[in-house]
Design a protein around this ligand. Structure first.
Ligand code: 5AD
Ligand code: SF4
Length: 439
């Protein structure tokens, strides 16, 4: 009987993409997907460490597998992803969870079959963690769960060193993928039925800078836009420091690039932005938003904001609130600052008490939720084009999809529509979703 695998993925799109590669590697090795965790012969935790919460969640879930491992001694439990790239983390995992068999880093995915083999031969736990990516490995096998949407890496790693962020330490230095590989991958995906791609990088705007001659992100978008059969192009994440008027103009002229701009603001206070090493001011950010709205009037604009960064005073926080009220984002991911060992901010004085951080988060969310609802309410009665993703988790008779502006739309419809573009009339806009009916 075939051996079965089960992968639990935490964190961002880059991890989701890595899990597709892990699935591809395991299937090539002869494994098949397990319907549920308890059924699997190998369980992999593809982890995230961006905030402490993410890390604790993994450690507690891994802990819960102790009994299963005692019942099934041949079960392989592996931990990979960003968390294990941190200094001394492998030792910590071995100490806290001796039932873990494999620990491997974000640059060691391709070594998984070797590690499994060594583990089976030696019956001793295996650890393999490379600090940085030596060279990009093309052509690793991939298994996608969704046939019509795909994630495509364009850069790996990050060079920005925002002072709160662990990513540059766990994903290594920024490297761009050669455009010909990216374009070939997307053409193959389209031939395979994909209509929407998400181009992935920690800072997509710095794509191609190291090539000789350099290739810009705008130029890459133009080439992707020209691929026949592809319908929608998204990208994640942008850096407001590197997002410029030329890129906005280019995007405004490319029909397939979705009119959705995710521009992580992080803070509305110039003092805090500087302490975060973000490289822009609130004035620059405001100008960027104004330019987006000038060239792409239909655009939705979303953001990420951290509250309670070290040294954030009530005044600094009010600067954030004011800017949020002024710029009116469609939605915002809001986070409580979490100190990450190894980052500069973790060592800064004036860490903010948790109670203050929580109260600021509540205030910010309340302000943003009102704005989101007000913006969404304007869509009542309008017809929007939706790419249908699947059934709603709560109700199988309800379909869920996204507009080009990346808003979630819920409506009644049959499963045959999954993967198709449909027109939906918005009848009940809410803060987080738009409810509607098929036209
Ligand atoms: N604490 C809280 N939020 C963080 N982010 C990154 N690092 C931290 C941290 N240490 C947030 C940023 C980023 C998003 C992906 O996660 O807002 O844009
Ligand atoms: Fe982290 Fe800043 Fe890099 Fe984003 S750009 S991954 S926030 S260091």
């Amino acid at each position: 009987m075939d051996k079965k695998y089960y992968i639990l993925t935490f964190g961002c799109q880059a991890n989701e993409r890595d899990s597709e590669t892990l699935a591809g590697i395991l299937q090539k090795t002869g494994y098949v997907p397990a319907a549920e965790l308890f059924d699997a012969d190998i369980i992999l935790f593809n982890t995230c460490c961006i905030r402490e919460k993410a890390e604790n969640k993994v450690l507690s879930q891994v802990g819960e597998l102790k009994e299963l491992k005692a019942e099934k001694p041949d079960l392989i439990i592996g931990i990979c992803g960003c968390m294990v790239q941190q200094e001394k983390m492998a030792e910590k995992i071995h100490r806290r969870a001796p039932h873990v068999d494999l620990i491997f880093g974000t640059h060691n995915l391709d070594q998984l079959p070797e590690l499994i083999k060594k583990l089976e031969e030696t019956k001793t736990p295996q650890t393999q963690i490379l600090a940085d990516l030596q060279e990009i490995k093309e052509d690793l096998p991939t298994v996608r769960e969704v046939p019509f949407k795909a994630r495509v890496n364009i850069t790996y790693g990050c060079n920005n060193f925002c002072t709160y962020c662990i990513v540059p330490y766990v994903r290594g230095r920024e490297k761009s993928r050669e455009p010909q590989y990216i374009l070939k991958e997307i053409k193959d995906l389209v031939a395979d039925g994909v209509v929407e791609v998400m181009l992935l990088g920690q800072n997509v705007n710095s794509y191609g800078k190291t090539f000789d001659p350099p290739v810009t992100f705008a130029h890459l978008l133009e080439q992707v836009n020209a691929i026949e059969g592809l319908k929608r192009i998204r990208y994640l994440t942008s850096h407001p420091r590197d997002f410029n008027v030329d890129l906005i103009k280019t995007i405004s002229g490319l029909a397939k690039v979705c009119p959705h701009f995710h521009l992580p603001l992080q803070s509305g206070s110039n003092k805090i932005l500087q302490k975060m090493n973000r490289g822009y001011t609130r004035e620059h950010y405001r100008e960027l938003v104004e330019t987006v709205r000038e060239y792409v009037p239909s655009a939705s604009i979303t953001t990420d904001i951290i509250v309670g960064f070290p040294g954030e005073t009530d005044e600094d926080f009010q600067d954030t609130i004011e800017l949020v009220k002024e710029l009116r984002f469609d939605s915002a991911f809001t986070f409580i600052y979490s100190a990450r060992t190894g980052t500069l901010a973790a060592k800064m004085k004036d860490q903010i008490p948790l109670a203050v951080k929580k109260s600021r988060l509540q205030q910010l969310m309340q302000v943003q939720n009102e704005i989101s609802l007000a913006i969404n309410s304007q869509l009542e009665g309008q017809v929007v084009e939706v790419l249908v993703d699947g059934c709603s988790k709560k109700d199988q008779a309800i379909l869920e999809g996204r507009t080009a502006t990346n808003k979630t739309v819920l409506f009644a419809g049959s499963k045959e529509l999954i993967g198709k573009f449909v027109d939906v009339e918005i009848t009940d806009p809410q803060t987080w979703v738009l409810k509607g009916k098929l036209k």
